[in-house]
Design a protein around this ligand. Structure first.
Ligand SMILES: [Zn+2]
Length: 109
């Protein structure tokens, strides 16, 4: 159910933004979702299609771009794509990308 509240907040943000710009319709919402967020894009799409009815986003297309998880050693700055891979520094890890959850762009009219 995690995706439902996320989708609600995305739609709310989009509607607020559209209102600020005096838009009449929202044509497209582009979303950036990091792999590490464990959000299922298909779920978000499903809820979005239900929630958007009765709003100015009812014909909007939801485009979801997923960002892969990239982690890095804070010491030698080597980047890894898998938590099982590590260097020999034993310095822990830093997350470079993969935790995004944001509206990248909004097409309004
Ligand atoms: Zn290292």
């Amino acid at each position: 159910m995690h995706e439902l509240s996320i989708t609600e907040s995305i739609l709310k943000q989009s509607l607020t933004e559209a209102k600020k710009n005096r838009a009449k319709i929202i044509k497209k919402i582009k979303l950036l979702v990091g792999e590490a967020t464990s959000i299922v894009p298909d779920c978000v799409r499903f809820y979005f299609d239900t929630l958007k009815q009765e709003t100015i986003a009812k014909d909007a297309i939801l485009e979801i771009e997923t960002k892969p998880l990239v982690i890095r050693c804070p010491k030698c700055k080597t980047q890894f794509k898998d938590l099982d891979l590590t260097c020999n520094c034993q310095a822990g890890i830093e997350i470079v990308s993969g935790q995004e959850l944001m509206i990248e762009s909004l097409e309004i009219e």
